[in-house]
Design a protein around this ligand. Structure first.
Ligand code: MN
Ligand code: MN
Length: 470
């Protein structure tokens, strides 16, 4: 329950003039608290079902089709559409009441997350074990990936076009994989004196994959590797050369879990940025009578710089918008529409972690549980490489969020010159649209077990829905 204000003597002028954020939970009604918990449960189920961008797109398309959205490339009409782009990007459009020439309300989030990818020739045998080589994807602290159960998700495409899906390590009956660390008894000269980034090197991120020799072969130089190949062939019909045309992602073999006795937090792999993706998706599915036509983009490749055809630096938004315009029989120029649009870049920010407070400027940092985080600019070394939202757009946005009863906070990503990071905001600003970052705060970001507050996720969804409907 929230504290009664009876003992506090506050001047109304103080209230009016000072800026303070509040814990979303303490201001929530009993019905809202129930909603917050329920929303967290549904989101956790999504996280467990969608550990890769491909799996996320499948889930998104499935729920969109089920809730009255038609495929932009199909026959259906009705003003609510989804688009599946190469199985790695999804977008959703909902017709607004204003003409399209007034611009779109766009939310963009990303569905890729840091992980380990299998190399194209990954399998070898060493010291009585079959091993798989990986190449990490995105900004990871490599030492966090050792000595934990790992799962394998992905796709193998054969030369005849047949596509084989792999998901191993999620079912409790499945085996898992692991990267074995060095024992502390022997780490003195080899590991203990190294700097953190070199404790485990990229070439040491090799997965233990098998240990039993194949029976049908006398050759003992690679009979364990041969056994793994035989098992893969038996289960999936693939051979060693098929890894060449495979995308296999290694992720933590762990389900999303409630964290803390009060169950206010969710710990999981891949909050960044499925937390904003899922909240934006729910907003897109539930949007009612929007003024502007709405567009929610769930993009790939953010964690490696947003390049490639499925990243935000591509021209995918033009492709999707052209399909939408054709579907609705509109002749507007997509670039003219984008130039007058408004966009929320929905990505995570770093909330204050009690163990590492010194990296933040406290009054320009976010707290778990105080609502989604408005980030005017990101970048590093003097805002380098960042979008920087206009005061005019922020003024409008504040008015809109206030009118919708949304609690939010504002933050930078760490102290000035402490480090930095970026989002996809700048790629959309190139079109002339207004863009600002609004997303959920995390602690333990980019680790195999990131932590987010249920109340922030719920409030982010409400903020996104209010923006789409504005
Ligand atoms: Mn992100
Ligand atoms: Mn990230």
């Amino acid at each position: 329950m929230s504290k009664p204000d009876t003992n506090e003597k506050k001047s109304p002028l103080r209230e009016q003039l000072t800026h303070k954020t509040a814990n979303v939970w303490s201001k929530a009604t009993a019905a809202e608290r129930k909603q917050i918990m329920e929303f967290g449960k549904e989101y956790s189920a999504f996280l467990d079902a969608a550990k890769t961008e491909r799996e996320a797109v499948k889930e998104i398309v499935e729920v969109a089709s089920r809730t009255g959205f038609s495929d932009l490339t199909g026959e259906g009409t009705g003003g609510r559409y989804f688009h599946n782009y190469k199985g790695k990007v999804a977008s959703l459009f909902v017709n607004g009441s204003a003409p399209i020439s007034a611009g779109l309300h766009i939310i963009v989030a990303h569905i890729d997350a840091p992980r380990l990818d299998l190399k194209q020739n990954p399998l070898y045998e060493d010291s009585g074990l079959a091993m798989l080589k990986t190449h990490y994807y995105g900004g990871i602290k490599k030492y966090q990936w050792v000595s934990r159960p790992l799962a394998m998700h992905g796709v193998v495409v054969l030369p005849d076009g047949k596509s084989i899906e792999i998901c191993l390590g999620e079912d409790p009956a499945d085996p898992v994989f692991t990267i074995a660390d060095l024992l502390p008894h022997l780490w003195g000269k080899t590991q203990a004196t190294k700097k953190a980034p070199e404790i485990i090197t990229g070439e040491q991120l090799n997965l233990v994959t098998g240990s039993l020799p194949w029976d049908e072969d006398e050759d003992d130089t690679d009979s364990i590797k041969m056994h793994v190949l035989q098992l893969l062939h038996e289960k999936y019909g693939i051979a060693e050369s098929d890894f060449i045309s495979a995308e296999i992602e290694i992720v933590p073999a762990c389900k999303a879990r409630d964290v803390g006795l009060d169950r206010g937090l969710i710990g999981a792999y891949g909050h960044d940025d499925r937390v904003c993706s899922w909240s934006a998706l729910q907003a897109a599915l539930q949007v009612e009578n929007p003024v502007k036509t709405t567009c929610v983009l769930l993009m790939d490749k953010e964690e490696i710089g947003s390049e490639t055809d499925t990243g935000s630096a591509s021209r995918y938004i033009e492709t999707a918008l052209r399909l939408y315009l054709a579907k609705e029989g509109l002749n507007d120029n997509p670039l003219d529409v984008l130039a007058v649009s408004n966009c929320l870049s929905a990505d995570v920010n770093a909330a204050i972690n009690p163990n590492w407070k010194s990296v933040h400027d406290k009054q320009n940092a976010c707290l778990l549980g105080h609502g989604p985080v408005l980030t005017k600019f990101t970048g590093s070394r003097g805002k380098g490489g960042s979008n920087d939202a206009h005061a005019e757009f922020l003024g409008w946005l504040r008015g809109m969020l206030q009118a919708a009863g949304i609690r939010y906070q504002t933050a930078e990503l760490g102290k000035v010159d402490e480090g930095g990071g970026g989002t996809v905001a700048l790629f959309f600003a190139r079109y002339g649209m207004n863009v600002v970052d609004l997303g959920v705060g995390l602690i333990g970001m980019h680790s195999p077990f990131e932590v987010a507050a249920k109340s922030d996720i719920w409030m982010a969804w409400r903020a996104y829905k209010a923006f789409l409907e504005a």
